[in-house]
Design a protein around this ligand. Structure first.
Ligand SMILES: [Zn+2]
Length: 388
C-alpha cells in the first residue's frame, strides 16, 4: 500500500466513472499500470458471462496491471471500477519521468513488489512443504514469514485481551459442520442458562461473570475460514458457496491462524471474516453486519484502542440505521435497535439524534418494560448532562 494524498494533484491523475471496465481478460492494448487514489475496483473472472465471480477488491493505495507495464504480461481477469475513481496512470512513455520525479513513490512500489514476491514465495514454499509432507513421513513444517494482514482495516494493530478469569464450565463445545468444505469442528458456546449477567451497558452489551459474549459470537471453519454468527449458522449455510469460499480462503495463508485459540488476533479475525461472509450469505444481512460491527467496537474498547473503537462504532451506527430504515422490524426489535442507535449517536457526539432515538424507544407501546425504563433512564442522564 502506498500513501496517496501527495499524488492527487499530479498531472497523470485521471477520473474514471463507476462500472467502467478498465482491463479485460487477456486484453493486449493497455500498456499502463494504475495506482488507485480514490474509490474501489473489483477483480472478476468470467466478467459479464455465466459463472462471473468477483475474486477480490482493491482500494485506495493499491495498484494493478504492473505486470503488463514491466513484463508485457496480460491479466487473466477483468478489472472493473465499483465506484467513481481517481487513478494515477503510469505508462511506458512517462514511467522514467515519473520515477525520477517521485523517488519515494518508486521506493514504495518496489517495496510492495518485494512483499508480493515474498508472499508468492511463501505460498509456493508452503505448498511444496505440503507435498513433501504427504510424500514423506510427517515432519515439522518450515516457518514461513507471514505477509501483511489484509483482512483488517488500516489502523488495526496487534492486541492483547485484558485479563479476566475465564470460567470454562460456563461454555459447552458444540460441533459445527462447515457448509463449504464439510469439515467438522468444535466451538465453545456460552451456556446462557447458567451464566450470570453482571450488568447491561446502554448499548445493550451484556457483561457476564466469567465469559465474554463477543468471544463466542462467531465460529470459523479452521479449514476454509467460512465464518458466521453461531445462532445463524444454518441460515448462513444457504449462501452463494463459491463466492463465500473466495472471500474467506484468500486470507488463510496471510492470517496463519489455527482458529482454535481465544486470543485477540483470532477473535478479531473471526469477526472480520464473518463480516466478509454476511452479505454473501444472508438476504438481509444488515442486522447481522450491525451486530458484528458493534461487537468489533466492544473488542477494540476491551483492547484499549479508542481510535479503532470509534471507527467500528461509526460502522455499527451506519449498519443499524440501514436496518432501521430499510427492514420491517418487529416492535420489540425496533425498540432495542432504537436504544442501540441512540447510544451509538451519543458516543459519536450526536446528542439530538441520541435523544430522538431514546425517546422513540421509551414511547414504543409494544416494547418491553425493561427497555422502556432503560431508555427513560438514559434520556434523563443525557438531559442532566446537557444542563450541567
Ligand atoms: Zn470449511
Amino acid at each position: 500500500m502506498i500513501s496517496v494524498e501527495s499524488l492527487k494533484s499530479h498531472a497523470l491523475v485521471k477520473d474514471i466513472n463507476a462500472y467502467t471496465v478498465m482491463i479485460k481478460t487477456g486484453e493486449a492494448t493497455v500498456d499502463k499500470m494504475y495506482v488507485l487514489l480514490e474509490g474501489r475496483v473489483g477483480v472478476f473472472s468470467d466478467y459479464g458471462v455465466r459463472g462471473e465471480q468477483k475474486l477480490y477488491e482493491l482500494v485506495s493505495g493499491d495498484f494493478f496491471n504492473e505486470m503488463k507495464l514491466f513484463m508485457n504480461k496480460n491479466r487473466e481477469d477483468t478489472v472493473v471500477s465499483l465506484t467513481d475513481l481517481k487513478v494515477l496512470e503510469i505508462t511506458r512513455d512517462n514511467v522514467h519521468q515519473f520515477f525520477a520525479e517521485y523517488p519515494e513513490i518508486t521506493y514504495m512500489l518496489i517495496q510492495t513488489f518485494c512483499e508480493r514476491a515474498e508472499k508468492a514465495n511463501a505460498a509456493a514454499a508452503e505448498s511444496e512443504a505440503r507435498v513433501a509432507e504427504q510424500e514423506a513421513a510427517p515432519q515439522e513444517k518450515p516457518e514461513v514469514k507471514k505477509p501483511v494482514l489484509k483482512l483488517f482495516p488500516s489502523g488495526h494493530a496487534k492486541y492483547t485481551l485484558p485479563d479476566f478469569t475465564f470460567k470454562k464450565d460456563l461454555v459447552r463445545n458444540e460441533t459445527f459442520t462447515c457448509p463449504l468444505c464439510g469439515n467438522k469442528f468444535d466451538f465453545p458456546l456460552i451456556r446462557t442458562v447458567v451464566v450470570r449477567t453482571l450488568s447491561t451497558d446502554y448499548d445493550l452489551r451484556k457483561n457476564y461473570d466469567g465469559v465474554v459474549g463477543t468471544h463466542h459470537l462467531v465460529a470459523t471453519c479452521p479449514n476454509c475460514l467460512f465464518s458466521s454468527v453461531t445462532d445463524k449458522w444454518d441460515e448462513a449455510a444457504k449462501g452463494n458457496r463459491a463466492q463465500v469460499f473466495r472471500a474467506t480462503v484468500v486470507h488463510k495463508d496471510a492470517l496463519g491462524l489455527t482458529f482454535t485459540a481465544m486470543d485477540a488476533d483470532t477473535i478479531f479475525a473471526r469477526l472480520y471474516l464473518a463480516l466478509a461472509c454476511a452479505p454473501l450469505c444472508f438476504e438481509n444481512h444488515e442486522m447481522i453486519t450491525a451486530r458484528l460491527w458493534i461487537n468489533i467496537s466492544w473488542l477494540y474498547r476491551d483492547c484499549g484502542d479508542e481510535n479503532m473503537e470509534k471507527y467500528a462504532t461509526a460502522q455499527a451506527l451506519q449498519a443499524y440505521l440501514t436496518s432501521y430504515t430499510n427492514i420491517k422490524l418487529d416492535k420489540k426489535t425496533e425498540q432495542a435497535v432504537c436504544i442501540i442507535v441512540g447510544e451509538l449517536c451519543y458516543k459519536m457526539g450526536d446528542i439530538n439524534n441520541a435523544k430522538k432515538f431514546f425517546f422513540s424507544a421509551k414511547t414504543n407501546r409494544e416494547g418491553a418494560a425493561v427497555m422502556t425504563n432503560l431508555a427513560e433512564d438514559r434520556l434523563i442522564d443525557i438531559r442532566e448532562g446537557e444542563r450541567s
